[in-house]
Design a protein around this ligand. Structure first.
Ligand code: FES
Ligand SMILES: [Fe+2]
Length: 360
């Protein structure tokens, strides 16, 4: 009986806590520059990312198969990487191409696992699962890039909290009146509302509509009559594993449908990549549909949003993570309220997808 229990535990420990056959953002496109060897831990694995001479990004395990030196400490030889420790050389497919030792034969096992990348929307996306990478599994976020180049910006933050807490935080926008300052306040209008939900196995969408006076301050100055009442909407869609597209807007035109075509607003992407179970790479992109060409406003805006995350969202999420002492949120029997409808649906959908993946 004991032997059996041990086997089961061993198997359990080798199972990833993450959804594997899906896309995560590995880096912002601008993070991987020129001939640099960029490295980062993703889903508990050290990953080396660099660009070939033609600019195509490459990813492989950041660990030499000989004595496990980090490959990012090595040297580039054209598109190949030469390990710092004993100079085994590997090509973009992870195949060893040069061995300066002994008879110079290439050991059969001298191969580094590689990962499929896709560069889109200002980010480099990575697929780390065993199944063949499926570009169709990344939603179309083309709207991010559909405006003037000065209307869109991306940013990155490192967070010492489980990635699902960040997903919860965006799916539960009721926190904005409590955690954030004046700038995006709904003046207490959002919390009483129950979001409209649409869902299937791979999507949870939540929507809110409300009126406030004055409008959200990020939008107020672009409305025809600042300081007076405006109708607002949030429309957010989660897709696995951890991508949330968020649109927000306001209008003073009566009766029109609340969407980005009719409103002053912005189209955002919040997406997280687990570094470990206890830490997260948080990526954010935003495109506004007003004063699109103003590059200074664009820079000011992404800086202000970055600062709001860093000084308002992230500290509370990191403290929540610490207080929980586990990543099993539902296992702690939390008190749940109307603002938890969307985040809890997402958690359950993700748990189901992870369980399905591990059974198949
Ligand atoms: S550790 Fe890389 S060649 Fe020895
Ligand atoms: Fe927030």
């Amino acid at each position: 009986v004991n032997a059996e229990v041990k086997t089961i535990q061993f198997q359990k420990n080798t199972t990833s806590p993450f959804l594997m056959n899906c896309w995560y953002v590995a880096a912002m496109s601008t993070d991987v520059k020129g001939e640099e060897l960029f490295h980062r831990t993703i889903l508990n694995k050290p990953v080396l990312i660099y660009r070939k001479m033609d600019g195509t990004p490459i990813a492989m395990l950041d660990r030499c198969p000989h004595r496990f030196a980090p490959l990012h400490l090595g040297k580039r030889v054209g598109d190949d990487i030469s390990c710092l420790y004993h100079a085994l050389q590997f090509d973009c497919e992870g195949q060893c191409t040069h061995n300066p030792h002994g008879n110079g034969l290439i050991p059969k096992a001298a191969k580094v696992p590689t990962f499929t990348l896709m560069e889109k929307y200002g980010f480099i996306w990575i697929w780390m699962g065993d199944e063949a990478a499926d570009p169709g599994k990344l939603p179309d976020y083309g709207e991010l890039m559909s405006g003037h180049p000065n209307s869109v910006a991306q940013t990155y933050m490192h967070v010492n909290a489980n990635y699902q807490l960040l997903t919860d935080n965006v799916m539960d926008l009721s926190h904005i009146d409590h955690v954030h300052g004046e700038i995006i306040s709904t003046r207490g209008q959002l919390s009483p509302l129950i979001p409209k939900i649409q869902e299937n196995d791979r999507m949870v969408r939540a929507g809110w509509e409300w009126k406030q006076t004055p409008a959200m301050l990020i939008l107020n100055q672009f409305l025809p009559e600042p300081q007076t009442e405006a109708r607002h909407f949030f429309d957010i869609t989660w897709t696995p594993p951890s991508h949330i597209q968020l649109s927000v807007g306001a209008t003073q035109t009566p009766e029109v449908q609340l969407n980005l075509e009719n409103c002053v607003g912005q189209y955002d992407l919040h997406t997280t990549t687990p570094e470990t179970e206890d830490s997260t790479h948080y990526f954010f992109a935003t495109r506004r549909n007003h004063i699109e060409e103003d590059i200074e406003y664009n820079q000011m805006k992404i800086k202000a949003m970055h600062e709001a995350f860093e000084t308002e969202d992230i500290p509370i999420l990191e403290m929540v993570h610490q207080q929980m002492g586990t990543t099993d949120f539902l296992g702690l029997n939390p008190v749940l309220m109307s603002n938890d409808i969307a985040p809890v649906k997402v958690r359950k959908a993700l748990l189901k997808l992870i369980a399905q993946e591990q059974q198949s």
